[in-house]
Design a protein around this ligand. Structure first.
Ligand code: GLA
Length: 385
């Protein structure tokens, strides 16, 4: 990817890039819709990245070329808030704009972006774009941030500039993951711990090909319902509630609010149990927890869709599968399964075939090893040529 991007950059812009950065997508093993409730999540970065190559300019112009969209857009660093620019330029405009407000506005650039994180599948291509651009922008203004600060800055861009009320999981996973391990994140203290995945298991992502619909509306609504549940129980976040409390307050909550709270409270417990199971090498238990997590989202959080229910049920029936669940925001997107490594190929083929037969959609499967977090691939001070 690095070579291809350098060549494409040089071919289009006429000079080699002076900086290259990249950031990975992520898959969440367990712990969904817990991050903005101050709870626990267990994502891992995947070996799919957004790559950014750039060269600063002195005229304040940003010439942004996306190889994924095969499209070039030019605008001035004075016009970052222009709403007429295409949606896919928002992450860059947001990073430049907010850095300008908080530290120093980065200069104009010729910049090329290319990613192999599947878009719209729930693998956090947006967080990867943000984090890769933050890695670049900091170099351009010669500032440093910790990986945690970079991630939280990315969350700010997503929440305040792009306008999506997401939690902190995706950017933290993209910036902080360690190669070979999943990352337990306490979304309140922001403490993280690496959790190894036993070598005999593979993490398989299955993209349902059912694109997320009404995601933004559904996500924001769920978030409000969680806040409502916390208010009714008199806690600041659902992190502070127990299952007993949720049951005790049942009569005071609308049914949907009660269900959302029950999902979050039980899901937090499942994440911690999952960490214990992985550390004990108990893959069967890990698989059961993943299955329970799916049922909780299907029945209580109600952010699954029939295609994901069918897909995970097909996966679970395979003899080499420990467990499967939908992953990420929901309302479409991908599932994650834990599978015995020696049946990996058969698992992927069988699941795709049964899903095509039963649902009529062509799923894509990916076996991922846990990847490391974001970083700078190369930097060379521009010499004015
Ligand atoms: C999306 C958000 C995350 C998280 C998940 C659900 O991926 O970006 O912050 O809330 O949904 O777990």
């Amino acid at each position: 990817m690095q070579e291809t991007l350098v060549q494409a950059f040089e071919q289009y812009f006429g000079l080699k890039p002076t900086y290259m950065t990249r950031a990975p997508g992520r898959v969440n093993l367990i712990g969904d819709h817990t991050d903005y409730n101050d709870g626990f999540v267990l994502p891992m970065a995947i070996d799919r990245h957004v790559w950014v190559a750039a060269r600063p300019r002195e005229d304040g112009m940003i010439n942004l070329y996306s190889l994924n969209y095969e499209s070039i857009v030019s605008f001035s660093t004075d016009k970052l808030k222009n709403p007429d620019q295409p949606h896919w330029t928002e992450h860059l405009r947001g990073v430049w704009y907010l850095l300008g407000e908080r530290a120093q506005r980065p200069p104009g650039v010729d910049i090329m972006i290319h990613g192999d994180v599947p878009i719209g599948a729930g693998l956090s291509s947006s967080a990867a774009i943000e984090v890769a651009l933050i890695e670049l922008a900091l170099k351009l203004i010669d500032r440093t941030m910790t990986q945690k600060e970079k991630a939280l800055f990315g969350v700010d861009v997503e929440n305040t500039f792009v306008g999506v009320p997401s939690g902190v999981m995706d950017q933290l996973a993209s910036a902080l993951s360690q190669q070979g391990s999943a990352l337990l994140i306490d979304c309140r203290s922001l403490e993280t711990q690496s959790v190894d995945i036993p070598a005999r298991a593979s993490v398989v992502v299955i993209d349902s090909a059912k694109r997320r619909q009404l995601t933004e509306g559904g996500y924001a609504l769920r978030r409000e319902e969680c806040e409502q549940a916390a208010r009714i129980m008199g806690v600041s976040h659902l992190r502070d509630a127990t299952l007993d409390m949720v049951n005790r307050y049942k009569a005071e909550m609308p049914e949907n609010v009660f269900r959302r709270a029950r999902h979050v409270v039980t899901e937090n417990q499942r994440v911690l149990l999952a960490v214990d199971a992985l550390r004990a090498g108990n893959l069967r238990r890990m698989g059961e927890l993943m299955n329970e997590s799916h049922y909780s989202m299907r029945d209580d959080f109600q952010n699954s869709v029939p295609e994901l229910d069918r897909l995970t049920s097909i996966a679970r029936k395979h003899s080499g599968c420990y467990g499967a669940r939908m992953t990420g925001g929901g309302f479409g997107g991908a599932a994650v399964a834990l599978v015995e490594k020696h049946v990996l190929d058969a698992f992927m083929e069988d699941v795709k075939a049964s899903y095509a037969e039963q649902v009529g959609l062509q799923a894509s499967t990916y076996a991922f090893e846990p990847a490391g977090g974001s970083g700078v691939i190369f930097e060379a001070a521009p010499r004015g040529n």
